[in-house]
Design a protein around this ligand. Sequence first.
Ligand code: FE2
Length: 412
Amino acid sequence: MIKKVEVKQLRPGVYIHRFGGSWLQHPFLFNQKRIRGREAIEQMIDWGMDYVYIDTDRGFDVEDESRSGESEAESAAVVEIDFVEDIEEEPPLLHVPLQEEIVAAKAVRSKSRKVIKRMLDDVRSGKDIDIDASQDLVTEMDNTVCRNKDALLLLMRVRNRDEYTFMHSVSVGALLISFCRSMGLDGEVCRVIGLGGLLHDVGKMSVPLAILNKPAALTDSEFSIIKQHALYSQDIFEKMDHIPETAALIARQHHERFDGSGYPYNMKGDEISPAAQMAAVVDVFDAITADRCYHQGLDQVAALRKIYGWRCSHFNEALVQRFIRCVGIYPPGTVVRLESGRIGVVVENTGDLRKPVVRVVYDAGQDWAITPLDINLLQEDPQSGDRIVGYESPHRWRIDPLRVLGIGNNLA
Ligand SMILES: [Fe+2]
């Protein structure tokens, strides 16, 4: 049963179904949490939280006298659950077929390039940010992500090397919206964090173009100038009174690292805003997968492995796992090799991230193209059915994943 109780009534072993007030007003990453010790309750009181909603089917009741004599340690031991698993399943999003949603997603992508390029140009020339245009764009991005979570993200992979700065902003915004939606966050929260993604690098507009667009790796002194952009963002936002605080936090803190090794403040752990912790994962993922003037981006699978490797240092481990679950171990558009020797492109994920739907197009054993065929690996026989044995470079097999998915690459 869900019931509203005062924070001061809480005790270890109670399961919080939802916090009172906005998610943005407390530092917990998830709205659902099991109370393991009195420290968490004291923190909530310190943060000025008055009430929460508890689920008595998943934890103790505040009025459960039969358990009131248990020691705190006993209560905590009884309810010990891996934090990562202690989350509700994603809410069902509308599943409009990819082929259908791609039309709307293309329009959103095209509009986002123009809106964000203009916004960044405005900032560079000292004008105010057109926040209404940015918020309208975020709403359109959110709408397409809710209809089909893959369409816009697939399109974001197509970009020219010379448009990195603004397409990176667009891509981080889209990824953050998708990430938030996969975590079941409120629509308002998803959109304000998405806005933070679009604005996260505005401070770069205060960096000299010669450094920002340098077609080679940066020197140490140039990199130290680039690192100032988190502070420059703060200066830019301070002159405006209509930037949501969460979006400003993302701009200030997205280079902070969970282990304190980031910049500009060397913040650690939960000192970093939850939204900025999410943005940090997304920002790095997008940056290392993007082709730049001076280097080729990593495949998404390789990038996810790197992110996973940083889960206990740079990032919040729970968020890394949630992000991988959001984009998939094999994100749509990934070229994979099946045990049968067939090569295909991941079309969409299923309930098991290791078993997506794959469109096979090539037989590596025979070395010839085959008639495209969709195979749902989740429905394959566990003993005799096919399975993924690895991911492949699209260049090696001369496969254009978007073309295989029927999306084409004629994007504006
Ligand atoms: Fe940045």
